[in-house]
Design a protein around this ligand. Structure first.
Ligand SMILES: Cc1cc2nc3c(=O)[nH]c(=O)nc-3n(C[C@H](O)[C@H](O)[C@H](O)COP(=O)(O)OP(=O)(O)OC[C@H]3O[C@@H](n4cnc5c(N)ncnc54)[C@H](O)[C@@H]3O)c2cc1C
Length: 275
């Protein structure tokens, strides 16, 4: 499975459109989707698990935790917590996050470019992240699920160190957020010189945003920064040695990113179906 050579595109309606299509297909295949059921506790039972959620309790023969390892630790029974703790402690300083600028702009601000996706590197000699490398994604012309007629949705994203956003005072956080938003828009002006001049929507997402909306502890994005000590055979496996329990997602092998997560989930799904 690879995305190499597949090209870059944006689903109609962005991630919301993608999600609507994906869940519709999943349900058509017979899948059951329960949203808003935040798992608060997982308890071991004789033949499986009790999954206690905000909206009810479920009995499960098998559990696959698709939330990050550090999140799983907050809900799991002690035997699972103990195993996960080894990896989480080892990788504690290797988490990163992202900053994203979301814009709604008049079409004229982006019509100078026929291409809707751009990957920019500002300076080879500067560290990556914080805008030095960044990604710009613009909704397609006519995608009125993403933006009204004659307007376009623009997303600028870059990676950042989690540590730089932690332990800030409220004032320092707000200032950093404002500065970073302006910085990213200025860099994007290399491609779209008028970008943001008359924006009707302007939002900046930071690690705090990801923490709030996804529940990822400290707002981590994209899993663990890999090195020889924590990847491949040394990465967190899907099977951590606990009966009827598996881990998937970007804190497990093969690691960060949507493709890697899909590969991991497919391996686990195949294993469970063949059991
Ligand atoms: C701005 C940005 C740009 C990115 N760019 C790329 C890219 O270009 N290419 C790429 O491959 N990857 C990219 N990524 C990374 C990629 O999105 C992630 O690595 C991937 O989505 C991780 O998937 P996951 O399933 O492990 O975790 P998540 O996508 O974080 O899913 C975990 C889910 O579990 C839910 N959850 C948490 N706690 C609980 C609980 N207790 N009970 C129930 N549900 C819970 C969360 O709400 C969330 O929906 C990017 C990420 C961001 C934010």
């Amino acid at each position: 499975m690879t995305i190499r050579g597949a090209g870059l595109r944006r689903a109609k309606g962005g991630m919301k459109g993608f999600w609507a299509n994906l869940t519709a297909h999943y349900k058509k295949l017979g899948g059951v989707l329960l949203v808003g059921h935040r798992v608060e506790k997982l308890e071991s039972m004789n033949n499986g698990y009790m999954v206690i959620t905000r909206k009810g309790t479920f009995l499960a023969r098998q559990v696959v935790s698709a939330i990050p390892a550090e999140n799983t630790m907050t809900i799991a029974p002690p035997n699972i917590k103990q195993i996960l703790n080894r990896y989480v402690t080892r990788d504690n300083d290797r988490y990163e996050s992202a900053i994203v600028v979301f814009l709604g702009v008049p079409e004229s601000e982006v019509s100078c470019q026929p291409i809707t996706h751009h990957q920019l590197l500002y300076d080879y000699n500067l560290p990556l992240g914080n805008g030095n490398n960044m990604f710009i994604s613009v909704s397609a012309q006519g995608d009125t699920d993403s933006a009204p007629k004659e307007y376009r949705a623009v997303m600028i994203s870059t990676h950042c160190k989690l540590s730089e956003w932690r332990h800030l005072t409220e004032e320092a956080y707000q200032q950093k957020k404002e500065d970073m938003g302006k910085h990213l828009i200025n860099l994007a002006k290399q491609v779209y010189p008028q970008l943001g001049t008359n924006a009707v929507l302007y939002e900046v997402g930071t690690p705090r945003t990801y923490q709030k909306y996804t529940g990822r502890i400290n707002g981590t994005v994209g899993g663990i920064r890999q090195n020889l000590q924590n990847s491949n055979q040394k990465a967190m496996p899907h099977d951590i040695g606990i009966k009827n329990f598996r881990m998937v997602g970007d804190t497990t092998w093969p690691g960060l990113g949507t493709v890697a997560c899909i590969v991991g989930s497919k391996i686990v799904a195949d294993q469970l179906l063949n059991n």
